[in-house]
Design a protein around this ligand. Structure first.
Ligand SMILES: [Zn+2]
Length: 157
């Protein structure tokens, strides 16, 4: 992952905008102009260079999200095995592979769950912060809004 000096990578915000446009298929020249108009002067050459080291084909499914730890671990272990840097017969190597496999499992599970994530988070919040044993009726959850405010028990004295 040796990124030397890249004007685009040096500016995370510009980098994000540029990557988005590159994905859309904008030419380097057009993007150079567009970014210039947005106040980020960058040549088509630089964009071309950036594009080469920037697009190591994001894995389908988790694309668009920033590379997180699980993905990173999985990829590193994968590379290590491929390049022979991780020795399968070595205890350390086996440990690394174990870690890589659990990362992979985590990623797979996460992909399958993505759609339910929102609901799960809402539920977790409610379970953690809501009144014990008192869950709101399901229809309150279906509009996609979280419940706001704090639960204040009624003083019965
Ligand atoms: Zn770059």
């Amino acid at each position: 992952m040796g990124v030397n000096s890249c004007k685009v990578c040096d500016d995370p915000i510009a980098c994000r905008a540029i990557d988005e446009e590159l994905v859309k298929g904008l030419t380097y020249a057009a993007l150079s102009r567009l970014m210039g108009l947005r106040g980020f002067k960058v040549g088509a050459d630089t964009l071309s260079q950036h594009d080469k080291h920037r697009r190591p084909a994001a894995p389908a499914g988790i694309a668009k999200t920033k590379k997180d730890l699980a993905t990173l671990v999985r990829d590193q272990v994968h590379d290590g095995v491929e390049k022979g840097e991780i020795d399968l017969l070595d205890r350390h190597g086996q440990g690394a592979i174990k870690v890589g496999l659990s990362a992979e499992k985590l990623i797979d599970g996460r992909e399958a769950r993505t759609k339910d994530t929102k609901a799960v988070i809402q539920l977790a919040v409610l379970l953690a912060g809501g009144p014990a044993g008192l869950l709101p009726p399901p229809d309150l959850l279906e509009d996609g809004n979280t419940l706001e405010g704090e639960y204040v028990p009624v003083d019965e004295s």
